[in-house]
Design a protein around this ligand. Structure first.
Ligand SMILES: [Zn+2]
Length: 201
């Protein structure tokens, strides 16, 4: 279960001098408090959702929301208080953006790495491949590399979920039967996406 909702925190208090209270009609000052509303998920503020301004007449103690006061007081308030949106209310959004940036970066780095791996195969490389059975995926592992050839053993297992391939990539799953490919064949299998992922430890 995900806990989310909105909350508010007190951003600023201050005094607004020389205003006429609509209730007691006194020329007085008002004490204001600015609350910042924000959306949160679990305990992390996600993004700000505007502000709530509350003002209290220092004479009669009546409390107003800003929009209930005469326009003249509203304008005075807007020019005298200076409250930015606190950065901490963006925490969650920042975390999400950093996460997306990281995934994009590591994804493109992985593709760069693969381009190197496929050109220079190494013992232990694991190729994720489309199985001959339709809709199934399996792996093959490089056992030796010569000047122009690559030798692999095949995984005895297949899985129907492309991204779950790591579940079957276990030493015990590889058989003893060794097959060979030329390096050109390996590159073309990769280019046509029959080999769709390469892992090197
Ligand atoms: Zn008053």
């Amino acid at each position: 279960m995900i806990f989310y909702g909105t909350n508010s925190s007190r951003l600023k208090d201050g005094q607004l001098p020389n205003v006429t209270c609509p209730n007691c009609k006194n020329q007085t000052s008002m004490t204001y408090t600015v609350f910042g509303k924000y959306a949160y998920i679990y305990w992390i503020p996600l993004f700000p959702m505007g502000k709530i301004n509350v003002l209290e007449c220092n004479h009669c103690k009546l409390t107003y929301k800003l929009k209930e006061l005469p326009e003249q007081i509203q304008r005075k308030f807007e020019t005298e208080k200076h409250t930015g949106v606190p950065l901490k209310h963006f925490t969650g959004l920042a975390i999400i953006l950093i996460g997306i940036g990281y995934l994009a970066y590591s994804g493109s780095k992985h593709k760069d790495d693969e381009a190197q791996f496929i050109k220079a195969p190494a013992i232990g490389d694991v190729y994720s491949v489309l199985s001959e059975s339709k809709g199934q995926y399996t792996t093959m592992k490089v056992t030796s590399v010569t000047q122009d050839s690559v030798y692999v053993v095949f995984n005895d297992y297949e899985i129907d979920k492309r991204s779950a391939i790591y579940k079957i990539d276990k030493d015990a799953n590889y058989g003893d039967y060794i097959d060979g490919y030329t390096k050109e064949e390996i590159v073309s299998l990769y280019n046509e996406k029959s080999i769709y992922n390469i892992d090197r430890n």
